[in-house]
Design a binder for this molecule. Structure first.
Ligand SMILES: [Mg+2]
Length: 404
């Protein structure tokens, strides 16, 4: 059996936000790769792997995935944080990749085999005007996307009032547009009224609230959107306020998707077992890797909840592959979020998932099915673009921060 010989961290994407873990074994040519990307704290995750998680794994059996996950999880005593979860996930995915290579099977075969032929994905449509948005949605429909997310303007768009028009205090801090809950409640239902008027009820549409609303306004929005029959409403509440989903359930039937910020089972288990959400959206790497996420998928199946693992703008092709293998083998799979990769980024990962129209296809290669070209990965990285990165701050008229 193969023993772990080395754990290597590779930063790539031009801004260095992708962190790929390569676990090498004592068997010639046998290694695996995993995703430990964190758009804001890639260097911190790298240090967690190099200084804490990896050293205790050298010399251990690469095949003992469950034991390595369980013992890594408690190895720093404190647990369930986003940094440690991501660090463990990078190792975990690489070990599943190795196991697949040893077995000569793709990871979805190790998870029980496919229960669908391909993975349905949802696209991100947007526009600064309603007509622009309709046009973008139509383009995705023509390309064959089964589900389309509809956003108005920038992140949090639909809720912004220009600084000069906002009712602000006389000592207002300098800031951009003010986020206003009532403006959002006015504009987003109008956006869906327009979309349904132009496109009918055939297209499956979603919307992401990015947790911007105060909880009672979130309940109101879910109720106001009920007539437009969304596929799901995403991130209606911030992780701190998920108990409000009970009120949402009592008020309307708008399906709910939540969880891309979740890192702790105490966050998602009650929402699944009480059937308070319809789609769980944990990012595979933030949940701790394939090992815990296959258990989330199994829990979802029992309670009739579906998975919609988070991908989106800042994720990498290795995390996408891990999500895809779970999607293929999980009966509870609902829909997969799309990614945004440039051709030169994809070139780094030969064997990456194939996206054609609105479906993603796996190859038949053993393991995760993709590799990393370290030379190309290094070449893409631009040293001058490394450095601190922070989530954008949206604020209300009085200057207070809106939780993203
Ligand atoms: Mg979201």
């Amino acid at each position: 059996m193969a023993k772990i010989k080395e754990v290597r961290c590779i930063r790539t994407r031009a801004d260095g936000t992708w962190l790929i873990v390569k676990v090498l074994t004592d068997q010639p040519g046998l290694y695996g790769i995993g995703s430990a990307s964190d758009h804001y704290q890639a260097g911190v995750v790298k240090a967690a792997i190099e200084e804490h998680v990896a050293p205790r794994l050298i010399g251990r059996e690469a095949s003992h995935i469950e034991d390595i996950w369980q013992s890594s999880y408690t190895s720093g005593y404190w647990r369930n944080g986003s940094i440690l979860n991501t660090a463990i996930a990078g190792i975990d995915m690489a070990l599943w990749d190795i196991k697949g290579k040893e077995a000569g099977m793709p990871v979805h075969q190790l998870l029980g085999g496919p229960c669908r032929s391909a993975v349905a994905c949802y696209a991100h449509a947007g526009g600064n005007t309603l007509d622009e948005l309709v046009e973008d949605v139509q383009r995705y429909i023509e390309e064959g996307w089964p589900v389309i997310r509809c956003q108005f303007g920038p992140y949090g768009g639909g809720g912004f009032i220009p600084h000069e028009q906002a009712v602000k205090p006389r000592n207002a801090w300098t800031q951009g547009p003010a986020f206003d809950d009532e403006a959002y409640l006015e504009n987003i239902p109008k956006m869906f009224a327009h979309l349904r008027d132009k496109l009918g009820f055939g297209p499956k549409l979603t919307h992401d609230v990015h947790e911007h609303l105060k909880p009672h306004n979130a309940v109101t929005l879910a109720k106001l959107l009920e007539p437009y029959r969304l596929y799901f409403l995403e991130d209606l509440l911030s992780p701190e306020q998920v108990q409000w989903y009970r009120l949402v359930r009592q008020q309307c039937t708008t399906p709910q998707a939540m969880g891309e910020l979740f890192v702790n089972p105490h966050e998602y288990v009650p929402l699944i077992t009480e059937r308070l959400i319809d789609y769980v959206r944990v990012r595979v790497s933030k949940g701790g890797g394939i090992t815990p996420c296959r258990k989330i998928a199994a829990l979802c199946e029992i309670f009739g909840v579906q998975t919609a693992w988070q991908e989106g703008g800042d994720n990498d092709p290795v995390n996408q592959a891990a999500a895809m293998h779970l999607d293929l083998a999980s009966y509870s799979f609902g829909i997969q979020e799309e990614n945004h990769f440039s051709p030169e980024e994809l070139e780094i990962f030969p064997g990456h998932a194939e996206q054609v129209g609105g479906y993603m296809y796996a190859n038949d290669q053993p393991g995760l099915g993709l590799d990393i070209d370290e030379e190309k990965a290094n070449k893409l990285l631009k040293a001058e673009r490394l450095g601190p990165k922070y989530m954008a701050e949206d604020r209300r008229a009085d200057g207070s921060v809106v939780r993203p």
